[in-house]
Design a protein around this ligand. Structure first.
Ligand code: CTP
Length: 210
């Protein structure tokens, strides 16, 4: 399970990040462990304590998260990518703290690697890949596109334009879109309940795969 935000350094004291709290990913890791899975949680910086029964690897940048995830992907049966990985990182981190000189300056950003898409390319038969799609419009259409583009079995489509769910909230709602076309609508509920429903759906879908 990947979880939380990443931090992309600008200099030794500053970074670019996002509002992900890590709550959804941690809840998924806990729910999977509670069902008997051997869970590795690869997490960006969060304020959360480690979920019970999980191995935890802490990372900061998208690049570190990628390395940690790819190192263990081959041995894993299920990947759940709940992390809000920064899509861009500063092309160069300044070695010293950037000083204010009063003038404007631009930061060049370069795209990071898409961890989930890379796993989607490397996947072997029997592996099950779950992604999240945080969308603000055309939620289901875009989520379906990501499901295909990243070669996933399941994507959780989230409408993040709703203030009551998503980033940093304690509850979530969304629709589970399976590669085979099946859909499950999950109404708003606590993130830990939401996680249990997602894990139950994964278990069920894997049973059907044989
Ligand atoms: N993801 C990842 N590595 C990245 C970016 C995203 O593993 N570098 C994963 C996320 O963990 C999530 C899914 O891919 O499961 C989100 O896909 P993405 O295309 O990044 O969607 P958003 O960032 O939500 O939306 P957009 O690209 O439209 O901004």
């Amino acid at each position: 399970v990947t979880a939380g935000p990443t931090r992309e350094p600008l200099d030794p004291v500053r970074f670019i990040s996002n509002r992900s709290s890590g709550k959804m990913g941690y809840a998924l890791a806990a729910a999977a462990a509670a069902r008997g899975a051997q869970v590795l949680l690869i997490t960006g910086p969060t304020a959360l304590g480690p979920p019970t029964g999980c191995e935890v690897i802490r990372v900061e940048t998208a690049s570190e998260m990628r390395d940690a995830a790819l190192a263990r992907f081959e041995q894993s049966d299920i990947l759940i990518a709940a992390a809000a990985v920064s899509d861009y990182a500063p092309a160069q981190a300044a070695p010293h703290k950037i000083k204010r000189d009063g003038g404007a300056f631009a930061i060049e950003l370069r795209p990071t690697d898409d961890i989930l898409a890379e796993c989607g390319k490397r996947r072997r038969p029997g592996q099950f890949l779950v992604g999240f799609a945080a969308e603000i419009e055309d939620v289901l259409v875009r989520a379906r596109q990501k499901l295909k583009a990243k070669n996933l079995d399941l994507i959780v489509a989230n409408d993040v334009s709703r203030p009551d769910i998503g980033f940093d909230s304690d509850s979530n709602a969304g629709r589970l879109l399976f590669a085979g076309g099946r859909e499950i609508e999950l109404p708003e509920m606590d993130k830990s309940q939401f996680a249990q429903r997602v894990i139950a759906a994964v278990v069920e879908a894997r049973k059907q795969m044989g």
